[in-house]
Ligand binder design. Structure first.
Ligand code: F6R
Length: 244
């Protein structure tokens, strides 16, 4: 628990920067699993600052984003493709071929194959070294909504009403809010070597408390993180307020 959302962002960014630096020094690629949403914006800003001031080299960094709305054009301002360009990729020297974000423009019949290939690409890259996560108010990780089992893989999912409500402002009302998304699965996430979850603000306090102390299971998918041996949850005081 750190003193502010800015402090969490700095801790998370420092860890990611150190990992990239260490792996660059050992001539190894760094495979990152990345999240979108409000929470990681400050972290990405800090990572961009470190990249500039310390000449952090992203040329061997390979990224896999957790999710994208479906259907969704990569050019739409509400897309996670756009979010990643605006908040990170346009500001660092990452190779465009190293960026992977689920494709929201596929025809429905091609989605299952595409998802299998997404999993294969993660494996071919050597697996995820570090996965960055936020958490939904309903305890989702990625778009693994309540009801998602521990063995789920990358797939098309139906979004929870709470998730749609939270996205409503960006889509000009809940009726325009997407009802589906493509997301990495819980099993995909749990295969990462290292996971950091960041959460800030009192709206996340209940989900965080359940994640740490509640019964492990599909009702709160973030609880599955407790079966992983290398997870750190970074919280600001508001998100930590229900933790004993
Ligand atoms: C985003 C994602 C989601 C968000 C979560 C929190 O790629 O996978 O699980 O991390 O919905 O979103 P914010 O940070 O907007 O509160």
């Amino acid at each position: 628990i750190a003193e502010s959302d800015r402090a969490i962002a700095c801790m998370g960014a420092a860890e990611i920067a150190n990992l990239i630096q260490m792996r660059n020094a050992a001539d190894l690629p760094t495979v990152l699993g990345l999240a979108t949403g409000k929470t990681p914006i400050l972290l990405y800003r800090e990572l961009i600052r470190i990249a500039r001031e310390k000449a952090l080299d992203f040329s061997r960094v390979i990224t896999f984003n957790l999710d994208e709305y479906y259907p969704m054009s990569a050019h739409s301002p509400q897309s996670y493709h756009h979010f990643m360009r605006a908040n990170l990729f346009d500001h660092i020297d990452i190779h465009p071929a190293h960026i992977h974000i689920p494709d929201g423009t596929l025809s429905r019949k091609n989605i299952a194959n595409y998802c299998t290939e997404y999993e294969e690409k993660i494996q071919q890259a050597g697996g995820i070294n570090l996965q960055l996560l936020g958490v939904g108010e309903n305890g989702h990780i990625g778009f693994n909504e309540p009801g998602s089992e521990v063995d789920t893989r990358t797939r098309l999912v139906t979004l929870d009403p709470i998730t749609r409500q939270n996205a409503a402002a960006e889509f000009g009302g809940e009726t325009n809010s997407p009802s589906e998304a493509i997301t990495m699965g819980v099993a995909t996430i749990l295969e990462a070597q290292r996971i950091i979850l960041i959460a800030s603000g009192s709206k996340k306090a209940h989900a965080v408390q359940q994640t740490i102390d509640g019964p492990v299971g599909a009702n709160v998918p973030a609880t599955y993180l407790r079966s992983h041996s290398n997870v750190t949850i970074y919280l600001d005081p508001a998100a930590a307020k229900h933790i004993k």
